[in-house]
Design a protein around this ligand. Structure first.
Ligand code: PEP
Ligand code: MG
Length: 567
């Protein structure tokens, strides 16, 4: 048995598919005249293979995806693209791989420089196709992540967001990764989609082979390779129990979220990609409390355009049918990178050029996003949230840019919600400490405990070595949460929480006691949270929180919350 860190509960049995990263190197070679024909043949063979594959995919899909595939086919047969690439072989005497690089990249540049939003966004598609054509030429065995066999257990170093977005989730029984902590995006995605997941298995991509038969317990972090009949039975019994628990939760789908004594709170979902919205709706999310828009950026080879962002935001707003959708502006930096945005290496990235700091320093990028959000606000109940606000100046500057965008849209006669609400994340202690001041200048708060904890106790959120010190039970963290809630209420605005702590059953009574108005979490925790909240008495929770605010150690707080849970 192998043991790692369980990051998403549940039992999964199935066969392994290993995702190995291949480092691709495109060599630049000069070819002889007599090799020209051969290289041209290699080019057309690869192009035809991708065309055939795309045509097959096209038969099985519909809607937007089908439009994208149609566009791919047009690009693959585009005469100017093909002649650029052929000329690189015929005239410049480059080998076929290098010719694809040169030919496709020159067309990408033309598209990127176009004023038309739609055409500019096609640059990403051409890059995607280029990669597929090169993959064929280099005989790379790519796994079609969107078409997996039932009961697949994915083994990877870590899943990228674009891999995550493509995953054929219904056929995945488990995920095993080498790196990534509890709050890595792979872990969050696994929990959202109720896929058992284990991380921290060193060299997993070498240890496991395709088709290995594996059983995993995502709660305990245990992995059985070729499980015995007895081990299988034990896990299947556990799986049955979990399914029964899940079934029991179904009844909460029809209930309001309110404590026994009638205090109503909002129960919202966090999302990262469009696929997450369906899970949120299925689990009766009352709104979206955090749309991590950076996923859109991370899932693209080029900067997403206003139009492409607008389409996604509009889609989410319409799917949520007039329920609140809080879109957080780009939170990149820290541990999240964009390959097309070259940022300087920093000694302390989490204390560096991140989130709102980056947006305020790159106004074209920031304005493109704000305009897209504003335009989408005409189609639903969208709200804007700024991440990593550390001072009142940052909030004022961000609001000023938003006003400029509104003015631009007014001048262009483009519709948007004129009363769109603007909120901020409270995830830096300096913001919590002046919450009362910030509250006077925005419409809502959402506490980001994932970061608030790391900045309060000076413990990097993904650092395994010091992970014991990273705790939401630290009395200082709790004091800052209280300051944020009280600050919001002093200005009559709502205070929510979208950090992972909002979905923790142990922590919820404390948050109810402190007066939190909105709980936003991964969709898979929603019904459990509703069950927890609906069985609490607010007055008792207030007493509990008063008691906890007097405590001096995290251990004491955790003990008290465990005791409260059992009573
Ligand atoms: C947080 O910091 O709690 C949060 C919700 O934001 P993220 O995890 O995306 O940094
Ligand atoms: Mg954060």
């Amino acid at each position: 048995m192998l043991k790692g860190k369980g990051v998403s509960r549940g039992i999964g049995l199935g066969n392994v598919v290993v995702l190995k990263k291949v480092e691709r190197k495109i060599e630049k070679k000069t070819i002889e005249n007599e090799q020209v024909e051969h290289e041209l043949e290699r080019l057309h063979k690869a192009l035809n293979e991708v065309i055939n594959e795309t045509e097959i995919q096209l038969k099985n899909i519909s809607g937007t995806e089908s439009d994208i595939m149609q566009a791919y086919l047009m690009i693959l047969q585009d005469p100017s693209l093909i002649s650029e690439t052929e000329n690189a072989i015929k005239n410049d005497k480059y080998n076929a791989e290098y010719a694809v690089e040169v030919g496709f990249n020159s067309v990408v540049q033309i598209f990127q420089n176009m004023d038309d939003e739609y055409m500019a966004s096609r640059a990403g598609d051409i890059l995607d196709i280029k990669n597929r054509v090169l993959g064929k030429m280099l005989n790379e065995k790519t796994i079609d992540l969107s078409n997996l066999k039932p009961n697949t257990i994915i083994v990877a170093t870590e899943l990228t967001t674009s891999e995550t977005a493509k995953l054929d989730l219904k056929n995945i029984s488990g995920i095993i990764t080498e790196i990534g902590g509890e709050n890595s995006h792979t872990s969050i995605m696994a929990r959202t989609h109720a896929i058992p997941a284990i991380t921290g298995i060193e060299n997993a991509t070498s240890i496991f082979k395709n088709n290995d038969n594996v059983a995993i317990d995502g709660t305990l972090g245990e992995i059985y390779v070729n499980p015995t009949e007895e081990e299988k039975q034990k896990l299947l019994t556990l799986q049955k129990q979990l399914e029964e628990e899940k079934l029991e939760l179904e009844k909460y789908k029809n209930e309001e979220t309110k404590t026994i004594d009638g205090t109503k709170v909002k129960l919202y979902a966090n999302i990262g990609i469009l696929k997450d919205v369906e899970v949120a709706i299925k689990n009766t999310a009352e709104g979206i409390g955090l749309f991590r828009s950076e996923f859109l950026y991370m899932d693209s080879d080029t900067m997403p355009t206003e139009k492409s962002q607008f389409e996604v935001y509009k889609n989410v707003a319409e799917m949520m049918q007039d329920k609140e959708v809080i879109i957080r502006t780009l939170d990149i930096g820290g541990d999240k990178e964009l390959k097309y945005l070259k940022l300087e290496k920093e000694a302390n990235p989490f204390l560096g050029f991140r989130a709102i700091r980056l947006s305020l320093d790159n106004l074209p990028l920031f304005k493109t996003q704000l305009r897209a959000i504003l335009r989408a606000s005409a189609f639903g109940k969208i709200e804007i949230m700024f991440p990593m606000i550390s001072s009142i100046d940052e909030l004022r500057q961000a609001k000023k840019v938003l006003e400029e965008c509104k003015k631009e849209l007014d001048d262009e006669n483009i519709e948007y919600d004129k009363n769109i609400k603007v909120g901020i994340m409270i995830e830096i202690p300096s913001a919590a400490l002046i919450a009362d001041k910030l509250a006077k200048e925005c419409d809502f708060f959402s506490i980001g405990t994932n970061d608030l904890i790391q900045y309060t106790v000076a413990v990097e959120r993904g650092n395994e070595r010091i992970s014991k010190l990273y705790t939401k039970f630290h009395p200082s963290v709790i004091k800052l949460i209280k300051m944020a809630i009280d600050g919001a209420h002093s200005a009559n605005i709502i205070c929510g929480m979208c950090g992972e702590a909002a979905g923790d059953k142990l922590y919820i009574p404390l948050l109810i006691g402190l007066g939190l108005d909105e709980f936003s979490m991964n969709s898979n925790s929603l019904l459990n949270a509703r069950k927890r909240i609906n069985n609490l008495d607010k007055a008792e929770c207030v007493k509990l929180s008063e008691e906890i605010l007097q405590m001096s150690s995290a251990e004491e707080v955790e003990e008290r919350l465990k005791e409260f849970k059992e009573n």
